[in-house]
Write a protein that binds this ligand. Structure first.
Ligand code: ARG
Length: 469
């Protein structure tokens, strides 16, 4: 390569000296954007076919481009494609190889297009495919969660506030709370998909192109709902990537909450569930250990996805219209968020159905923590006491229970009557765990009957989803 006239560059025409070797490496993106090669080729094929349809390319040129791009795709798939940093990015690598393969027609492919609308198209296509894969894993996780819930509509456990035993609930109710978080995440993901699914192709560098292009046809060929409205906006904004990362950050936050509970529940202090060995690891020094690595790792991965979101928000902030090279920095955070979310969901979708609740320990924990105290207060209200007075009476009974290590249900009728003379034999019906959960019998409550119905509705919502998931 001659230093003062580097003609090897696709844009080398107006340059008098070669790119500095370090600058070449510094500005190249092929090391990470080669991941969008399939989408780049799909975009080029749609563009070339449209150029032929509007008379810019002839039939032979299109044929050569099609067979050349097929060959390029084959080389990329079988690993023989030679990626070159000198060719900067995925787009120029592919175009250069195409021209090497088919000659003059290859040089016509870029007519009426710019890398700016090309890359905007590629990222949308890549993210759309990733979203569909993620939607599938998210649906799988929800299905497993709902099935486990449906099998545990009568499994009593303590419900917590402040991580202190509050009131008895059933395990299925807890699991369906997870499912509600995931259901909203799915909605956010679909919103993101719907908004990103517009074709920027045809925006060219920033202002559109002088050729008689047909943007609706390339949009349709690539499965977009329609072309974007404004060429400047099309090549510049990456809000769809930000939106995906926002979805990802919220989803990972939810997974971290589930993780935290799994870590607590598998500890010997809680001992509420068992996770199969295949999701855990041991310690190299402490032989007794079985560590819940998968939930711990997922909990830890929230940080990087939050970082990806902040990176993209900061990348976009204050960028003037239209395309700026800053936007080349969109890919690594976006790809990282995609991979992290997919892998975390996959691990969870495999693991959640394998959770084995330890029903006896869960029940004992609910029994031991005065979890039916509210039920006693409600019982006294039924006997005519104002709720505040009932609250005070039960508080005294609990204090007595703490002193003599007795749950409310273990106290004699005479002892209970010592706190309030209105109490009679029927009090023991409300002090049982089963009676307590069954009494919360309304939409959204923890009564087994309600939880079973909620699991059915959740299953129906999943079934109504797009058939590919
Ligand atoms: N590699 C570039 C990117 O990711 C492609 C677009 C380059 N456009 C340009 N005018 N330099 O953004």
């Amino acid at each position: 390569m001659s230093k003062d006239n580097d003609t090897s560059k696709l844009w080398g025409g107006r340059f008098k000296e070669a790119t500095d070797a370090f600058v070449q490496r510094f500005t190249a993106s092929v090391g990470f954007d080669h991941r969008m090669a399939t989408e780049d080729i799909a975009g080029s094929l749609a563009h070339a076919r449209m150029l032929k349809a509007v008379g810019v390319l002839n039939a032979d040129e299109l044929k050569e481009i099609e067979s050349g791009l097929t060959q390029v795709q084959k080389e990329i798939t079988d690993g023989s494609f030679q990626w070159s940093t000198e060719l900067e990015d995925v787009h120029m690598n592919i175009e250069a190889r195409l021209t090497e393969l088919i000659g003059a027609s290859g040089k016509k492919l870029h007519t009426g297009r710019s890398r700016n609308d090309q890359v905007a198209t590629d990222i949308r296509l890549h993210l759309r495919a990733a979203i569909d894969g993620i939607a599938g894993e998210l649906t799988r996780l929800q299905r497993g969660t709902i099935e486990l819930a449906a099998a545990n509509t009568e499994t009593i456990m303590p419900g917590f506030t402040h991580l202190q035993t509050a009131q008895p609930i059933v395990f299925g109710h807890h699991l369906l709370a997870w499912n509600e978080m995931l259901e909203r995440d799915y909605g956010r993901l679909m919103d993101c998909r719907a908004r990103l699914n517009q074709s920027p192709l045809g925006a060219a560098a920033l202002a559109g192109t002088t050729y008689p292009i047909d943007r609706a046809s390339t949009a349709a060929a690539l499965g977009f709902d329609k072309p974007t409205e404004n060429s400047l906006d099309s090549v510049s904004d990456r809000d769809f990537a930000i939106e995906f990362c926002a979805f990802a950050a919220i989803l990972m936050t939810h997974l971290s909450r589930m993780s935290e509970e799994l870590v607590l529940w598998t500890s010997s202090q809680f001992n509420f569930i068992a996770l199969p060995d295949r999701f855990c690891t041991g310690s190299s020094i402490m032989p007794q250990k079985k560590n819940p690595d998968v939930p711990e790792l997922v909990r830890g991965k929230v940080g990087r996805v939050n970082g990806d979101l902040i990176s993209l928000l900061t990348l976009m902030k204050s960028q003037p219209l239209a395309y700026n090279k800053d936007n080349q920095e969109d890919k690594e955070p976006l790809f990282d968020a995609i991979d992290t979310v997919f892998d975390s969901l996959r691990a969870f979708a495999d693991m959640v159905p394998a959770i084995k609740p330890k029903k006896e320990t869960m029940r004992e924990a609910a029994r031991g923590g005065f979890s039916t105290a509210t039920d006693l207060a409600d019982y006294l209200v039924g006997k005519g006491l104002p709720f505040r007075d009932a609250h005070k009476v039960v508080g005294k009974a609990v204090a007595h229970g703490v002193d003599c290590s007795l749950d409310l249900s273990e106290m004699s009728l005479a002892t209970l009557q010592g706190f309030c003379s209105e109490i009679s034999e029927d009090v023991f019906d409300v002090l049982t765990l089963e009676g307590s959960v069954a009494a919360r019998n309304h939409l959204g409550g923890t009564a087994p009957q309600q939880v079973a119905a909620a699991a059915q509705r959740a299953t129906a919502r999943l079934a109504a989803r797009h058939s590919t998931h």
